[in-house]
Ligand binder design. Structure first.
Ligand code: ATP
Length: 353
């Protein structure tokens, strides 16, 4: 069953079109992230689903009903923003009850029961009578989440809800969101520019760039098989290396600009110019010397990250980023060999239209 259906959505502000025909289907109970860089149009799209923004063209359906022309309060949705604005003079429980009061949902007793259940869901039952300023940032965020789910909406819309939290709290809230989604099974649309957050939370990711859907799929699908240059660099920050593919099957190889040859046996390669997407963590650094199938390179910089280091390595005419464990360490200026598993190299078209 489809809960949210976007058909060919276009949106212009003045003469500037920012969404160029977006179609997305979201199934009941699915957790879908709209992921993309700043300015790609993801918030505008979420506001269109919410009814806070009209469309220039296209339609929005929620649970089978065309809601394109309906105001937000007539759509069965709840939205939580980055700036979640709790009302300071009301208690936590009153803040959570607020949408029920505004919409006249349920009797006083029913409202109290719903508030109790929502606070329990976000583990804040003990804080019901406190004021927002007596809570930590993470707790306030959870109150906002309780306020969003209290009316039991068909669809929960979240716009970068974790971006104001510090790293540790963010991780806690991510776990909380995953567990809440498992328990309640709410259809959820989550806007983020953070690829890790999208990978860890979503059933499905819709990658958006410049007002268009670039690619969609499960996190592991998009991560393992990015379809475009942008998808490979935005998710998992792959390196892009231009090459000429030579030979077929077991004899396939990629010739780099400096003439070095990278074996591609086992990779799905067609002869001709190509772009190789190579993930930072798929490169092994070895001491200089003659290593079968490895490439000569030079370390420019090493950045210590605790368990691992990030290297900037000069290969052919490119700078490559490599993430490697700290069991053997190479310093700036050192010659090294790079070993890359051909099965993990993604071969993309040399140029995109
Ligand atoms: P961010 O992550 O920075 O919030 P985003 O991907 O959510 O970015 P949007 O906020 O949807 O992007 O904005 C998409 C484009 O539309 C931007 O170029 C933005 O400047 C423009 N835009 C958004 N709202 C308006 C508005 N009310 N009037 C004019 N232009 C707007």
């Amino acid at each position: 069953m489809v809960d949210v259906l976007l058909k060919d959505i276009r949106k212009s502000f003045g003469s500037m079109e920012v969404l160029h025909g977006i179609s997305i289907e979201i199934a009941r109970g699915e957790f879908v992230s709209l992921l993309g860089p700043s300015g790609c149009g993801k918030t505008t799209l979420l506001r269109i689903i919410a009814g806070l923004e009209g469309v220039s063209q296209g339609s929005v359906e929620i649970a089978g009903q065309d809601v394109t022309r309906l105001p937000p309060e007539k759509r069965d949705i709840a939205m939580m923003f980055q700036s979640y604005a709790l009302l300071p003079h009301l208690s936590v429980a009153e803040n959570v009850r607020f949408p029920l009061r505004m919409r006249g949902i349920g009797s006083r007793e029913e409202q109290a029961e719903r508030v109790r259940a929502a606070l329990e869901t976000v583990h804040l039952s003990a804080f019901a009578e406190r004021r927002p300023r007596q809570l930590s940032g993470g707790q306030q965020q959870r109150v906002a989440l309780a306020r969003a789910i209290v009316s039991n909406p068909k669809v929960l819309l979240l716009d970068e809800p974790l971006s104001n939290l510090d790293a540790r709290l963010r991780e806690d809230m991510q776990v909380e969101l995953i567990e809440m989604h498992k328990r309640l099974g709410l259809t959820t649309v989550f806007v983020t520019h953070d690829q890790e957050e999208a990978l860890s939370l979503s059933d499905r990711i819709v990658l958006i760039q410049k007002g268009r859907v670039e690619q969609e799929g499960t996190p592991s699908d998009i991560y393992a098989r990015p379809a475009t240059h942008f998808a490979s660099t935005f998710l998992g920050t792959a390196n892009l290396v231009a090459a000429e593919i030579e030979g077929h099957g077991e004899n396939a190889a990629a010739r780099l600009a400096d003439g070095q040859v990278l074996p591609l046996a086992g990779a799905d390669a067609q002869p001709g110019p190509a772009m190789l997407a190579i993930r930072q963590e798929d490169v092994t650094l070895l001491a200089a010397g003659s290593v079968e199938g490895a490439l000569r390179a030079r370390v420019r910089t090493r950045v210590y990250l605790g368990a691992r280091s990030r290297y900037v390595v000069e290969l052919s005419d490119k700078e490559l980023r490599v993430l490697a464990p700290n069991d053997s360490v190479f310093e700036g200026g050192e010659d090294v060999m790079l070993k890359i598993d051909p099965a993990r190299i993604r071969i993309l078209p040399a140029k995109e239209t």
